[in-house]
Design a protein around this ligand. Structure first.
Ligand SMILES: Nc1ncnc2c1ncn2[C@@H]1O[C@H](COP(=O)(O)OP(=O)(O)OP(=O)(O)O)[C@@H](O)[C@H]1O
Length: 298
């Protein structure tokens, strides 16, 4: 029987399949007025088709940089990114990104925001585009708010619009950079549950950056732990889909022993990676909010 948690070094080697997304020996150095900052070093990550990979690590360790490089919005200083074994190239419709700050157009309604990326897409009639937007409105439980402007929507609804805007493009790879980080605790919990429930209906591969170990454990098929700057992947853990709590809500999951064992294991690896304080949740896990003390915060 498969152990519920096990260290996975190279999942593609285990499955023998071509990864959907492959980040190979990527490093990134930013040049700024304060000198150069090495954000990432020698980072390798393979993500299999349909896999949901969560990334945690200390503040400033390069999580967002890794995600931006995976999206094509940032170029690596060295190394390469492949999709289905081919160079990923510049950003395109195969990859969609959802940011922490929803980045909605304030002068557009919810449905106009959702349909924005479809405007440039050829081969679709106007009626078909409207159908696709309507389907996302329903999936994201935004019915009745189609004509509302972002300022008229709650934070959770705004983020649902942002996710709908990414999903309407039917991306092969969805890249999410702390998508629930700007939400209040209650809305965040609701969105975590929605993401887990929606997951089986999503036909895409997901890379998800979070500061929350709980979110990472609850949502991820695999958790990637990064170490302090210059960031690199220090550990990976797989989370078996056999866990019963994977089919429940996060509040329920957090009361399960196996969930908490996994959470503690992630914390151990975070501590081993060189920071006392890496993420900002675990309300009952003894890891209270505290000022960032990891090097290179930002
Ligand atoms: N455009 C940039 N120019 C200069 N330095 C940058 C730039 N983007 C990121 N950095 C630096 O690279 C390092 C990694 O940043 P990044 O945002 O990827 O980390 P992170 O792990 O996502 O941080 P956080 O958890 O706080 O969001 C930081 O030291 C940051 O200051």
């Amino acid at each position: 029987m498969r152990r519920p948690t096990e260290t996975v070094r190279d999942p593609s080697a285990a499955t023998g399949s071509t990864p959907k997304l492959s980040i190979q020996d990527v490093s990134k150095t930013f040049e700024s007025s304060r000198g150069s900052v090495q954000a990432l070093t020698a980072t390798d990550l393979d993500v299999q088709e349909g896999e949901f990979v969560t990334i945690v690590g200390p503040s400033g360790c390069g999580k967002s940089t890794l995600l931006m490089i995976a999206s094509g919005l940032e170029t690596p200083s060295s190394g390469r990114v492949l999709i289905d074994d081919d160079p990923a190239g510049p950003p395109g419709p195969r990859r969609s990104v959802v940011f922490q700050q929803f980045a909605l157009f304030p002068h557009m309604t919810a449905e106009q925001n959702i349909g924005f990326g479809l405007r440039m897409r050829g081969g679709l009639t106007r009626a078909r585009k409207q159908e696709l937007v309507a389907a996302q409105v329903e999936t994201m439980r935004l019915t009745g708010f189609e004509k509302a402007y972002p300022s008229e929507l709650s934070g959770g609804m705004q983020q649902r619009v942002a996710i709908a805007r990414a999903l309407v493009l039917d991306p092969e790879i969805l890249l999410m950079d702390e998508p629930f980080g700007a939400l209040d605790a209650q809305t965040r919990t609701a969105m975590q549950d929605e993401m887990a429930a929606m997951r089986s209906r999503l036909n895409c591969t997901i890379l998800f950056v979070t500061h929350s170990v709980e979110e990472a454990v609850f949502l991820g098929d695999r958790i990637v732990v990064m170490s302090a700057r210059p960031g690199r992947i220090s550990h990976e853990l797989s989370v078996s889909s056999d866990f019963e709590w994977k089919r429940h809500q996060i509040e329920h999951a957090m009361s399960e022993r196996s969930f908490n064992e996994l959470r503690e294991e992630v914390w151990r690896h975070l501590h081993a990676g060189g920071t006392r304080r890496a993420v900002h949740d675990a309300p009952d896990g003894g890891h209270d909010d505290a000022p960032d003390d990891a090097p290179g915060g930002g």
